[in-house]
Design a protein. Structure first.
Length: 281
């Protein structure tokens, strides 16, 4: 059984543990690997946010810059242009919290002003030294994800000698630095960063060993949705193969201790999570 937590957000809390929380992905980018270009129009993105809530999402994660392999950083003003009106529109239209997927402190600050209650930082503060202060001042929820390298080398890392030990140590250090910056421990969720600076075998090893990261003492978020490592696990290389492969990894993540799963396909994931949750009781 997962350890229960109460995740402190900017406004209110979210109970984690007894029921898997689903973070629905909403990329407002032209180049994300799975849904790039679908929600460039702000109204379409806002409508999609409302749809994600109706499908069973507990959180909507809005991202304005793709971090897929081969992607390039976009200027900050472009990231702001993509996300701000969408976050503002969604926050006014749904009852569930909105998250901003960014590593830039100013984007996080402006997104919080627009209604975001959670900051999801793929760099765990490594890319912007101002980010801890923004999160601390706003008292938002925080996701610290494990990744390696700089923005342009995230997916060009050499294999790790001991992936489980390295990821555990880095996540522990990230959480300690956040707390030292004044961020409440109850605001923090950790993400082992499946697919970020990790070979397929390393991602699989991490997915199978989530209980090891649970011992750090924070809730866990796992994002496997449609990621390329799934291609290594199945002979079906179609989009359907990735979707059904994702389904298998989501169930594995839940049974191994994930409190939150980050996915594109919310409606089907809600069914998977409900059944997997019953298997944990």
């Amino acid at each position: 059984m997962r350890e229960p937590y109460t995740w402190k957000l900017r406004h209110g809390t979210l109970s984690l543990g007894s029921r898997t929380a689903i973070m629905g992905i909403l990329n407002v980018t032209p180049d994300s690997f799975s849904d790039g270009g679908l929600y460039i129009d702000p109204q379409k993105a806002i409508d999609r946010g409302k749809e994600l809530e109706a499908e069973g999402a507990d959180i909507i994660d809005v991202g304005g810059e793709s971090s897929r392999p081969g992607s390039e950083a976009v200027p900050e003003d472009e990231e702001l242009r993509r996300v701000l009106s969408v976050i503002e529109g969604i926050a006014r239209s749904v009852k569930i919290p909105v998250s901003i997927d960014t590593y830039r402190a100013n984007v996080a600050r402006r997104a919080i002003d627009a209604g975001a209650q959670i900051v999801n930082d793929i760099s765990s503060f490594r890319f912007d030294a101002q980010m801890p202060g923004v999160v601390n001042q706003a008292r938002t929820g925080l996701v610290l994800m494990h990744s390696r390298g700089e923005r342009d080398t995230l997916h060009k890392q050499l294999p790790m000698k001991d992936p489980l030990s390295e990821v555990t140590a880095d996540l522990s250090s990230s959480a300690e630095k956040a707390v030292a910056a004044g961020i409440p421990a109850g605001s923090i969720v950790l993400d082992p960063g499946i697919g970020f600076g990790k070979a397929a075998a390393e991602s699989v090893s991490i997915l199978k060993s989530l209980d090891r990261f649970s011992k750090i003492g924070y809730p866990l978020l796992v994002g496997t949705s449609r990621k390329s490592f799934i291609r290594v696990l199945t002979s079906d290389q179609t989009q359907d193969g990735r979707i059904w492969g994702t389904a298998a990894t989501v169930v594995a993540a839940i049974l191994n201790g994930a409190h939150i799963v980050r996915v594109h396909d919310v409606r089907h994931t809600r069914i998977l999570a409900d059944v997997a949750d019953r298997l944990l009781t």
